[in-house]
Design a protein around this ligand. Structure first.
Ligand SMILES: Nc1ncnc2c1ncn2[C@@H]1O[C@H](COP(=O)(O)OP(=O)(O)OP(=O)(O)O)[C@@H](O)[C@H]1O
Ligand SMILES: NCC(=O)N[C@@H]1O[C@H](COP(=O)([O-])[O-])[C@@H](O)[C@H]1O
Ligand SMILES: [Mg+2]
Length: 394
């Protein structure tokens, strides 16, 4: 029960991170009459464009973050990215603020070390073998111990930034440099993981709400350079794989606690299901649910965090998503090809509205539904291929 946005009795949600995923979270919250405040490091971020108001802030600056939240006094704080001063969130939670799903979950998933040690060492979930390294010599011994190929990632990064595959011991130096350049935080620590020879990989969207734990049908995806380019739902799995996947997802999300939607990333291998990582928030590969499910991952997150019931989630149709990425950096561009893409059957497009392109930056996504996953994948890829970031040359 709450009043209209801007009124004294309004329900206020503050989003930390305002990308394409947050934009959809805000749209869903607005539909329930929630007052929405968007925060990110740059002006005109996608979610800011649909929020009631917004702030530009370095979210790793604990003092600035606390000052803003104490001023705005939101009823609910929703992290949308990892790179946030999570110590500040824990302090604010102590003061009585509600952090989604919990401040501890935000802290543990903020960097790869927290979540990996929790999953592998405390919960004994199957993961790739791993080591951590603070400097190049340590990386070299980690590569030696794990063998090649292995994967090197900065502790805090997402969408594959700074990630590379070390194929021979000689690659270690270039992997180290890639990780340092791609790291979001000012730390040099990296994780080195044994390469998992997976047959496929999935995201199991898992919702914790007053109704208990609910799993969405599995989402299959393909990643290029550590970033997703294509996803589809449902992904074909054996009953055993699905049971094992749900078991892992329930174990990790029960441990993290709180209400909300989680994206549990898993590898399907000949030797079983392996845990990769988890986002305590909607997942990029889950954008496909905007066309496949009665309640998208964004609608589910909002319902769960507001404390509403989720009696069921229904897959309405098989579907797929494919991304449009920019190739170069510019602020002077147009997104073309919408007319042609939208001629394709059962196809929709989301243009995120990011004000600036960068090489590899995700700018839009095509969504297609069809009678089967293969047709949906083909159509979504066709639609995404028609979309173009056209740079204006003066
Ligand atoms: N140990 C591994 N073995 C094989 N492939 C891997 C391994 N680690 C990562 N990958 C590949 O790289 C992709 C991205 O890795 P990961 O999810 O750890 O990065 P990320 O930057 O956190 O991505 P995102 O933020 O998009 O979830 C994985 O989905 C997988 O395709
Ligand atoms: N894999 C995580 C992910 O997809 N996160 C999404 O990308 C945005 C950052 O995009 P940007 O780097 O283009 O600003 C984030 O704000 C979030 O919406
Ligand atoms: Mg990932």
């Amino acid at each position: 029960m709450w009043g209209a946005p801007f009124s004294a009795g309004a329900k206020k949600m503050l989003l930390l991170g305002s990308g394409e995923l947050g934009k959809e979270v805000i749209i869903e919250a607005q539909r329930l009459g929630v007052e929405c405040i968007a925060v990110d490091r740059y002006e005109l971020a996608p979610a800011m464009q649909v929020a009631h108001r917004s702030y530009c802030l370095d979210m790793q600056d604990a003092e600035a973050l606390k000052a803003l939240i104490r001023k705005e006094k939101p009823d609910i704080i929703v992290p949308e990215i990892e790179a946030i001063a999570t110590g500040a969130l824990e302090e604010l939670e102590q003061e009585g603020f509600h952090v989604v799903p919990t401040a501890r979950a935000a802290r543990l998933t903020m960097d790869r070390e927290g979540i990996r040690r929790l999953a592998a060492e405390k919960l004994q979930l199957p993961t790739a073998a791993y080591r951590f390294a603070d400097h190049f010599e340590q990386l070299r011994s980690a590569v030696h111990e794990l063998g090649t190929p292995c994967v090197v990632k900065p502790l805090m990064s997402s969408s594959g930034k700074g990630q590379s595959v070390c194929r021979t011991p000689e690659d270690a130096e270039s992997c180290w440099n890639t990780a340092l350049e791609g790291a979001r935080a000012k730390t040099t620590r990296v994780i080195v993981e044994a390469f998992v020879p997976f047959e496929s990989e999935i995201t199991l969207l898992t919702v914790r709400s007053v109704s208990g734990t609910t799993f969405c049908p599995p989402i299959g995806h393909i990643q290029k350079d550590g970033d997703y380019v294509e996803s589809w739902q449902p992904h074909g799995m054996t009953d055993k794989q699905l049971l094992d996947a749900e078991d892992i997802a329930r174990t990790i999300t029960d441990e993290l606690g709180g209400y909300g939607l989680f994206g549990v990333e898993l590898f399907l291998t000949a030797d079983g299901v392996i845990f990769s990582e988890v986002s305590p928030r909607p997942h990029d590969t889950g954008m496909v649910t905007m066309i496949t499910q009665d309640l998208s991952e964004f609608a589910l997150h909002v319902r769960a965090i507001l404390g509403f019931p989720i009696p069921s989630v229904t897959l309405l149709t098989p579907g797929a998503s494919a991304t449009l990425k920019a190739e170069q950096a510019t602020r002077d561009f147009v997104i073309g090809g919408l007319h042609d893409a939208l001629l394709l059957p059962r196809t929709q497009v989301r243009v995120f509205g990011k004000p600036e392109t960068k090489p590899g930056r995700r700018m839009a996504v095509a969504l297609s539904a069809a009678g089967d996953v293969e047709t949906a994948r083909k159509t979504a890829k066709e639609a995404a291929n028609m979309l173009k970031v056209e740079v204006n040359h003066v």
